[in-house]
Design a protein around this ligand. Structure first.
Ligand SMILES: *[C@@H]1O[C@H](CO)[C@@H](O)[C@H](O)[C@H]1NC(C)=O
Length: 309
């Protein structure tokens, strides 16, 4: 049987390269057409639609709430801090949302996620968008990642929280041909030092939603968002500010980021990196992974004064 593997190893690469080159012009033509249609005919008017946003008490989630509110969507916002949610809800009403409810939710708890979706549907009678935004970060050298339970909690919020909410929301979203937004991270595509568990949780999200996208077909649109460095409570934390890479990357404001995200979701984008220049990192990583790794190592070695093996 291994002879088949040998034949495929030799024959498949040239065949695939050839096919890609032949298809490329058609693909670009299709994309250009798609680009125009998405921005005009297919652009979604979210006025009156029902949107659930997790992690809405600060950062990107808070600003996504305001951006949807400006477009007159009805909102159910969720987070752990009820006092903050109350302020965000009040501002969202001022900005134009006809109806905002807030539900105290710890997305790492299965039962909380069930309650969030159920209460939303009970109140509004439908669900159009689910925005899986809640997330935390914790930086540490892999060998110092103890107790491990703290990093399990990171996975429970960033990955399992999105999975739970999505599982409860999918039946309702099928009914409205709705949308799911997965807020992952540029780190989900490019692991960097001290961010192993964070990157892993964000890559896990990307894989989960790419798989789901195939399963739900055209019934539910899925936008996978990979934000770069965005000013928020999460990135303003001392441990993040002390990181060398932060010194090289100008942060984007959460307002600008949220506007780009909702715009991308209304267009029906499958992927969105914000700011978009960060996509160049993916190209570099694909074309010359050794160079990316070396840069990472040099940055750490120079700025932290730490010995890197
Ligand atoms: C969006 O829909 C609302 C009501 O469904 C309508 O009043 C509004 O004019 C629409 N906006 C646009 C830009 O089409």
């Amino acid at each position: 049987m291994d002879v088949y593997q040998r034949i495929l190893n030799i024959a498949l690469p040239p065949l695939v390269w050839l096919t890609v080159f032949v298809m490329l012009p058609w693909l670009f033509a299709f994309r250009a057409f798609h680009f125009v249609v998405k921005r005009t005919l297919w652009y979604e008017n979210v006025s009156g639609k029902v949107v659930v946003i997790t992690g809405a008490s600060s950062g990107i989630g808070e600003h996504l709430t305001y951006e949807y509110a400006r477009r007159r969507a009805r909102l159910a916002i969720a987070a752990r801090r009820e006092d903050r949610l109350q302020c965000v809800a009040a501002k969202a009403r001022q900005l134009g949302s006809p109806d905002v409810i807030f539900i105290r939710t710890d997305v790492s708890k299965f039962e909380d996620c069930r309650k969030l979706i159920q209460e939303t549907v009970d109140h509004f009678g439908r669900l159009d968008h689910l925005v899986n935004n809640a997330g935390i970060t914790k930086l540490s050298w892999f060998e110092d990642c103890t107790p491990v339970s703290e990093f399990q909690n990171l996975m429970n919020i960033n990955f399992w929280g999105a999975a739970y909410c999505t599982q409860f929301a999918v039946p309702h979203l099928r009914r409205t041909r709705g949308k799911i937004v997965a807020i992952s991270s540029v780190s989900g595509r490019m692991a960097s030092p001290k961010m192993g568990f964070y990157s892993a949780s964000k890559s896990a999200m990307i894989s989960l939603f790419e798989g789901l996208r195939v399963e739900v077909g055209s019934e539910i649109g899925i936008t996978i968002v990979t934000p770069g460095l965005i000013t928020s409570e999460m990135t303003e934390a001392e441990e993040v500010q002390a990181e060398p890479f932060v010194k090289f990357i100008p942060p984007e404001t959460p307002g600008t980021c949220a506007k780009a995200i909702v715009n991308g979701v209304c267009r029906g984008d499958r992927y969105l990196t914000e700011p978009s220049w960060m996509r160049m990192f993916y190209l570099l990583k694909f074309a010359c992974p050794e160079v990316m790794e070396l840069c990472n190592q040099l940055i750490i070695a120079n700025l932290n004064g730490k010995k890197v093996a």
